[in-house]
Design a protein around this ligand. Structure first.
Ligand code: AMP
Ligand code: MG
Length: 310
C-alpha cells in the first residue's frame, strides 16, 4: 500500500534510483537486510558517515560494518588470507561479517573504522540491500536504522518512528526478524550470530570466542575496537603549549582544524584522520580545541576523552 509519507518508497526501480541519488549526495537511506533495517551511507564519504551517527544520536563512535556486493569488491578494500577467503566463499552473501586488515591508501573514510587499521566487511543476501549496493556503486556503511538505545527496526514503519525524516526509507516489507550478523576476526568469534560456531568450524576446523569490545588486547587475534593516539592528549585547549600539535575547531586555529567553520559533522568526518596525523607529527604531545557538546559533538568529546585518559 502506498504510504502518505514521501520519505518511504516501496522497493522497485524508481525507489532504487532515488536511493542511489540520495547516497551519491551524501544522504542516508534505510534499507532492509536479512537481519534488520540498516541505515546506509557512502562509506567513502566522511560527512555522510557522520550523518549516520548524528541521525542515530549515538553518544560514541563504534566502527561500522561496511557492506559490499561481492567478495571481489571486498578484496579491493581489505586483505583476505586463505581462511577468510574460505569463509567468504562458504557464507557470502549472508549474515557473516569478517574483520580484515585494511588495504593502505584505500577509499574508506577513517570514521567508518573509527581510525582502526581493520575493517568489518559483509556481503548481504537481502535483495533490497544487494540492489542498492549495485545501484550506488560504492561500499555502504550501515548500522541498524534506529535511534541509539532504541529497538532494532524490522519494518519501514519502525524506522520512520525512530528516525523520522532523517533518511529515505526503502520499504521491502518486514525483515526476517533475525539476529545481528556473526562477526569473525581470524578464527575468533567477536559476536555470535546466525552463522554458528559449528558452521564456522566446518570450514576452519576450530574457532575461539573473543569479546566484542575487549578493553585490552589480551591475545593475538583479539582486536581493541578503538583507535587511540599513542601521545598524551590535552582537551579544551585554546592555544598550543610548547611541543604540542594543536588540533583546532571553529575560532581556535592550530596546526590543523577539525572544522574552521565550527561544523560538528565536518569535525566528526575529520576526527580520526586528524588524530593519526597528530600522532605522526614531530611534536611530542597533542592538544585539541573545545568542541561543543550538542548533537554529534557528544560522540566527538567521548572519543577525545578516552584518547586523553586511556
Ligand atoms: P552494528 O553495525 O551495530 O551491528 O555493530 C557493528 C559491530 O562490529 C560493533 O560491535 C563493532 O564493534 C564491530 N566492528 C566493526 N568494525 C570492527 C573492527 N574493525 N574490529 C572489530 N570489531 C569491529
Ligand atoms: Mg544496533
Amino acid at each position: 500500500m502506498a504510504s502518505p509519507n514521501p520519505s518511504i518508497l516501496p522497493y522497485g526501480m524508481a525507489a532504487l534510483a532515488e536511493a542511489a541519488r540520495v547516497v551519491a549526495a551524501g544522504g542516508l537511506v534505510a534499507v532492509p537486510t536479512e537481519t534488520v533495517y540498516g541505515l546506509a551511507a557512502n562509506a567513502t564519504d566522511g560527512a555522510a558517515v557522520a550523518r549516520i551517527y548524528a541521525a542515530k544520536g549515538r553518544p560514541s563512535f563504534n566502527p561500522l560494518i561496511v557492506h559490499v556486493p561481492d567478495l571481489a569488491t571486498a578484496e579491493t578494500l581489505a586483505g583476505f588470507d586463505e581462511e577468510a577467503h574460505a569463509l567468504a566463499t562458504a557464507f557470502w552473501p549472508g549474515p557473516l561479517t569478517l574483520v580484515r586488515p585494511l588495504r593502505a591508501g584505500g577509499p574508506l573514510s577513517a570514521l567508518v573504522t573509527a581510525g582502526l587499521d581493520t575493517v568489518a566487511l559483509r556481503v548481504p543476501r537481502h535483495r533490497a540491500m544487494q540492489s542498492l549496493l549495485v545501484h550506488c556503486g560504492v561500499p555502504l556503511a550501515a548500522p541498524s536504522a534506529n535511534a541509539s538505545g532504541g529497538i532494532s527496526p524490522t519494518t519501514a514503519e519502525h524506522v520512520a518512528a525512530s528516525l523520522g525524516a532523517a533518511a529515505l526509507i526503502l520499504d521491502d516489507g518486514a525483515t526476517p526478524a533475525g539476529l545481528e550478523s556473526t562477526i569473525v576476526a581470524g578464527r575468533t568469534i567477536l559476536r555470535p550470530g546466525p552463522v554458528t560456531a559449528a558452521m564456522l568450524e566446518s570450514v576452519l576446523g576450530s574457532v575461539s570466542r573473543g569479546a566484542e569490545h575487549p578493553a585490552v588486547i589480551t591475545a593475538p587475534g583479539q582486536l581493541a575496537s578503538h583507535y587511540a593516539p599513542a601521545k598524551p592528549l590535552r582537551l579544551n585547549a585554546v592555544g598550543a603549549d610548547a611541543d604540542e600539535w594543536l588540533i583546532g575547531y571553529g575560532p581556535v586555529g592550530g596546526d590543523e582544524t577539525l572544522s574552521a567553520t565550527g561544523d560538528p559533522l565536518e569535525a566528526a568526518a575529520n576526527l580520526f584522520a586528524a588524530l593519526h596525523r597528530a600522532d605522526a607529527a614531530a611534536s611530542m604531545r597533542i592538544a585539541v580545541a573545545p568542541i561543543p557538546m550538542d548533537g554529534i559533538g557528544e560522540a566527538i568529546n567521548d572519543r577525545l576523552r578516552r584518547a586523553a585518559h586511556p
